[in-house]
Design a protein around this ligand. Structure first.
Ligand code: HEC
Length: 388
């Protein structure tokens, strides 16, 4: 008869310990064994976590987790040294297994290391994750006193992270998580992070494959390549309308507050891997917001413009848009010698006078109050985002 290696019998002892019924006493003995870790959502205030309101239990040690997932159920294969078959069974589930716990833990560990090194935008008091009935956020770092929270998503998939992941994090998970914070997230600063196995590279956006399958022409020794291995060298950038039009998303909402119409415009940089606008400092993104009384032909830009009571206007350097309700996004440079501003001569000695460009995943929200005409009637609201 074969004898089982020592480690295996030790694991079996642990496995019987873990199989204890989940009564109070049994749980504490499992916890005391230090093999099991209890975790509570970090989105609950620190004192509340003591009560383990929504606690979860998991095996603390990644090796044990691996053992119980892949080895224990396949001991027969191990004993008979049917390793190829064992590997086949494991391979089916291995990626999901890593994505399920290990990768998320690494991401949280990385965030904690960054927190210690002081490279995060704020110093978190706690790093963990958040879960509730309707939402799960893999990496969450919180500073309760400063009311700052960082929400991160981890993706351990072969595909690159696409727009839908970003939108889900920003538009669904973020509001659901904010809702459980103090004052339902009011006054909190929110930051986002994305962790991905496949990642997003500069080339994904700027050098997407065109479907070509060769570099050299056939007559000079063409060699067939996989199309995804031939990135485009056209370097699409700000001159590519399609790329530009898919860089940011905008939401516009309007509500009546007494005799005013309050328009809120949020612009989110969902698609660029860096600030927008980027590159040459003479590039601007200009937001124009307009409310009209609908007396025109029905086109919102043709009626009588309602006066702006409160809210930002495009600055003077906005040129033809200057003074219009709206906002201009740019990195504004000032010449050190002549004190002129804005200048685009970044090759001379300049200082950054202001920079309100929208960072990757960042949002900018502006609010405009327009005076509603006494006679009432239909009002049209339009927001346009221009890039120049
Ligand atoms: C998720 C998509 C995405 C990724 C990733 C990305 N960019 Fe961009 N990039 C854009 C978009 C969209 C624009 C056009 C908007 C703008 O100019 O602000 C742009 C514009 C630029 C421009 C200006 C190009 C021009 O035509 O003048 C430069 C330079 C640039 N990116 C460099 C980079 C570098 C370097 C990286 C990697 C660190 C990178 N980008 C990653 C989307 C991306």
């Amino acid at each position: 008869m074969r004898t089982r290696p020592f480690t295996v019998s030790a694991f079996l002892a642990i496995s019987s310990l873990l199989a204890l019924p989940a009564a109070g006493g049994a749980q504490s003995s499992v916890a005391q064994s230090q093999l099991v870790r209890t975790a509570a959502p970090v989105s609950e205030p620190l004192q509340a976590t003591e009560a383990f309101r929504s606690s979860r239990y998991h095996l603390a040690d990644p090796y044990l987790r691996f053992y119980f997932r892949f080895i224990a159920p396949n001991l027969g294969l191990v004993e008979q040294e049917l390793t190829d078959l064992l590997w086949e069974r494991m391979a089916e589930q291995f990626r999901a297994f890593v994505g399920g716990t290990a990768f998320e833990e690494l991401c949280r560990g990385w965030t904690l290391a960054q927190a210690r090194a002081g490279t995060l935008p704020f110093l978190p008091e706690i790093v963990g994750s958040h879960w509730a009935r309707d939402v799960q956020v893999d990496v969450v770092a919180v500073n309760w006193r400063e009311r700052a929270i960082l929400l991160g998503e981890c993706k351990w998939s072969v595909d690159h992270v696409g727009r839908s992941v970003v939108c889900e994090l920003l538009e669904e998970k973020t509001p659901k998580t904010l809702a459980v914070l103090t004052d339902r997230g009011d006054g909190w600063t929110v930051r986002h992070m994305l962790f991905a196995r496949a990642g997003v590279t500069c080339q994904d956006c700027h050098m997407p494959p065109t479907g070509d399958t060769y570099f050299a022409l056939p007559e000079v020794g063409r060699l067939e390549h996989l199309p995804e291995r031939i990135p485009s060298h056209l370097q699409r950038g700000a001159s590519d309308v399609e790329l530009l039009q898919n860089t940011v998303s905008m939401t516009v909402s309007a509500e009546q507050v007494a005799n005013r119409l309050r328009v809120t415009v949020a612009i989110t940089n969902t698609e660029a891997g860096h600030h927008v606008p980027t590159d040459f400092p003479g590039r601007h993104m200009i937001l124009e917001v307009m409310a009209t009384d609908g007396q025109g032909s029905g086109q919102s830009w043709e009626g009588q413009a309602l006066p702006l009571q409160n809210g930002p206007v495009v600055p003077e350097w906005g040129g033809e848009y200057a003074g219009q309700p709206g906002e201009a996004y740019a990195k504004v440079l000032k010449d050190v010698v002549t004190a002129e501003s804005p200048v685009v001569s970044y090759w001379k000695q300049t200082l950054i006078e202001s920079d309100n460009r929208i960072p990757a995943f960042g949002s900018d929200v502006t609010v405009y109050d327009f005076l509603i005409p006494e006679e009432g009637g239909q009002i049209n609201v339009e927001a346009r985002l221009l890039f120049r």
